[in-house]
Design a protein around this ligand. Structure first.
Ligand code: 3PG
Length: 217
């Protein structure tokens, strides 16, 4: 039986709980970046809407890299949410909590991870029926200590810390039981992409997978 998008996403995150960000300079280099990440063991990828090439890149990555689950990040409006779904996004991430974005994703039955940084935002999201939230910007919003504190009241919520996560602190976040996965751009350095040096990206992905294994057993 074919797994649902959500089930496949869960399965992939369980295997490698790290979500690399791709900031598309152009569609071709973004496809190469996604392939390099998959080669290193990361199969859940967030393509962020921060460049003019982003929407086109998202659409092309979805069809060129079917072995990965490709989501859209930095989705700020409900119109953008509809556009990324049209482009094939399999999950949606936002920096903050904006109900119309959540509603578009929920209506399409696509996983959505709005960003929260406070207990009030987490409580609002919880009341929208959400149980998996982005925690952003993780390092400035209190890091692992904040996630521990918030975990004591939102016992059924899992978080995806993003913002300031790196190989140096990935293990600290993943050691927490309420962390679903960590997101970040440290896996896709701009300089490596500009130089076409995709091996660097595969190595960083493999390093993250190894850290996750060590921290989660
Ligand atoms: C995000 O969109 O989640 C952040 O910009 C990623 O933060 P990082 O660049 O520190 O990983």
């Amino acid at each position: 039986m074919e797994l649902s998008i959500a089930a496949k996403l869960d399965q992939r995150l369980e295997k490698a709980p790290v979500v690399p960000l791709v900031v598309p300079a152009d569609p071709q280099s973004s496809i190469e970046t996604a392939r390099a990440l998959v080669a290193g063991g990361l199969t859940v990828i967030e393509v962020v809407l921060r460049t003019t090439a982003a929407m086109e890149a998202l659409e092309q990555i979805v069809s060129a890299v079917p072995e990965a689950t490709i989501g859209a990040g930095t989705v700020l409006s409900d119109q953008q949410a509809r556009d990324v779904l049209q482009a094939g996004a399999q999950f949606i991430v936002s920096p903050g909590l904006y109900a119309p974005v959540v509603q578009v994703a929920q209506a399409a039955k696509v996983p959505v991870f709005p960003g929260v940084a406070t207990a009030s935002e987490a409580q609002n999201a919880w009341n929208m029926g959400l149980r998996t939230l982005k925690f952003f910007p993780a390092s400035l919003a209190g890091g692992p200590a904040m996630l521990k504190a918030i975990g004591s009241v939102f016992g059924d919520v899992k978080f995806m810390p993003t913002g300031g996560v790196s190989a140096a602190n990935l293990g600290d976040y993943l050691a927490l039981p309420n962390v679903l996965a960590c997101g970040g751009s440290w896996l896709t350095p701009k300089s490596a992409i500009a130089e076409g040096n995709y091996n660097v990206i595969t190595k960083l992905a493999a390093e993250a997978v190894a850290i996750a294994k060590q921290s989660r057993g």
